[in-house]
Design a protein around this ligand. Structure first.
Ligand SMILES: *Cc1c(COP(=O)(O)O)cnc(C)c1O
Length: 466
């Protein structure tokens, strides 16, 4: 007998609560753009049809997480929920000291305020926006050391999150231990397209760090997605559980910052973890000052319960297969319409390749922002520029940043038909790309400009009337 066709795939959950999706008219979208200063961070959610601005804190919690909220023990000190939170993270990561924070950047604030000093250098495979801002705010210099393939949107390298180990070695040799307070590895590399770091690369980076006695920290926001991609792509990893692959990374690091709004599957929360008891003591004093007592750290205790449950759910292979499968499904649909995007498809979103999408617009005309605006104008899809606006007109090494527009897929929120809609919107904008005009920035804030900048469309060049 011929083998039967496999049955169709489907979302591995059913709907328990629904939220209506706004469908503003074209005229309403046009008015909203104008009011927002053409910055989509200024839109009201009621003006957005499909919201792919970020996958951070925008996911749907499970019934078990919602049930966990009802177990909130809102004691100021020594809450049961903190015990479960701390136990879960210790079991997953092996890090002994766990400091809860309200989100990832609060953990970054603690870590970089304690370790970064003027005149020091912080290497990362690729800095994320808030990470870079915390490094520079403390007077240190961020350096991106991703492998060269990471800067080529068309390269199919399976681990474009990897660090250039030789460049790291050279930097540590020339700067010396005293000038480099820590090395960071972002898994997955968000700025570079949600691209994974391999176990082999992390091991090599850790060896170099040990040799120079510089601590290695992970930005572990998407550690489970990274582990899933490692399992698929790295020889010898195929049969290992997600948690075991994650542990390979944690075992070689000295600590980590985490935004639980990603692979913690919650709407708010984060933590900082370290092996260093003296640093933990110092950080706890700051934690109390800025966030809260060390058994809640800026969160309701019930939130800690939801994080503890979410971190485990994020390691479920069926969940991850669907999550990353959704991102790939959107990629396949765009590919069928010849839309250029960063290859290979990463863990949490599709990153449109702006230089190939709008080749007629130079960087000075803010092509990423122009594209973000058109995607909203066409179908109410909200996305974000990850390029020269977010990261300035060059990386610290003088390299031109990637020019991307990110379509981040929230976890467990949208279905296949929503993605089909998004692909159609993007494809229609692509078909009329030649007529898209550039933008100018009318207000430029000093730090993290993309959040609050304002823009205006460039006027059409004046043509002689016939
Ligand atoms: C989201 C994110 C952060 C910051 O976390 P928040 O919870 O948004 O403060 C840091 N690093 C990376 C890679 C991220 O994606």
């Amino acid at each position: 007998m011929a083998p039967a066709e496999p049955l169709p795939e489907f979302e591995p959950y059913k709907v328990k609560v629904v939220e209506a999706i706004p469908t503003p008219t074209r005229a309403e979208r046009e008015a909203a753009l104008e009011r927002a200063g053409y910055n989509l961070f200024n839109l009201r959610s009621s003006e957005v049809t499909i919201d792919l601005l970020t996958d951070s804190g925008t996911g749907a919690m499970s019934d078990r997480q919602w049930a966990g909220l009802m177990l909130g023990d809102e004691s100021y000190a020594g809450s049961r929920n903190f015990e479960r939170f701390e136990h879960t993270i210790r079991e997953l990561t092996g890090f002994p000291h766990i400091l809860p924070t309200h989100q990832g950047r609060a953990a970054e604030n603690l870590l970089f305020s304690a370790l970064a000093r003027p005149g020091t250098v912080v290497p990362n495979n690729m800095h994320f926006d808030t990470t870079q801002a915390h490094v520079t705010r403390n007077g240190a210099r961020p350096v991106n050391l991703a492998i060269p393939e990471a800067y080529d949107p068309e390269s199919e390298h399976p681990f474009k999150g990897n660090m250039d180990v030789r460049a790291l070695d050279a930097l540590l040799r020339s700067e010396g231990r005293a000038k480099v307070p820590l090395v960071m590895m972002t898994i997955t590399n968000n700025t570079g397209g949600g691209q994974p770091v391999s176990v082999a690369n992390l091991r090599a980076v850790a060896r170099v760090c040990r040799r120079y006695r510089v601590p290695l920290y992970l930005d572990m926001c998407r550690w489970a997605e990274n582990a899933y991609l490692v399992r698929e792509r790295e020889p010898g990893q195929r049969h290992r559980p997600i948690a075991a692959i994650g542990r390979e990374f944690f075992d070689r690091a000295d600590g980590a910052t985490m935004s639980a709004k990603k692979d913690g599957l919650v709407n708010i929360g984060g933590f900082l973890a370290t092996r260093d008891p003296r640093l933990a003591e110092r950080l706890k004093e700051m934690l109390i000052l800025y966030e809260g007592f060390p058994t809640y750290g800026g969160l309701a205790r019930r939130d800690l319960e939801a994080v503890a449950i979410g971190l485990i759910e994020a390691t479920d292979p069926a969940y991850l297969a669907h999550r990353i499968g959704q991102v790939r499904e959107l990629g396949r649909r765009l590919e069928a319409r010849k839309v250029p995007f960063l290859r290979p498809v990463g863990g949490h979103g599709i990153y449109l390749d702006v230089r190939r999408f709008l080749p007629h617009l130079p960087t000075s005309e803010l092509p990423g922002q122009a594209l973000v605006v058109e995607l909203y104008r066409e179908g109410g899809v909200r996305t974000v520029e990850v390029g020269s606006i977010m990261f300035g007109e060059g990386t610290p090494e003088g390299r031109e940043p990637l020019e991307l527009v990110r379509l981040a897929i929230p976890r467990r929120v949208y279905t296949s038909s929503h993605l089909a809609y998004v692909a159609e919107v993007v494809a229609r904008v692509y078909e009329r790309r030649a007529s898209i005009r550039g933008m100018t920035m009318t207000h430029r804030p000093e730090r993290l400009p993309h959040f609050t900048a304002r823009f205006a469309p460039k006027r059409a060049p004046r043509r002689a009337r016939q």
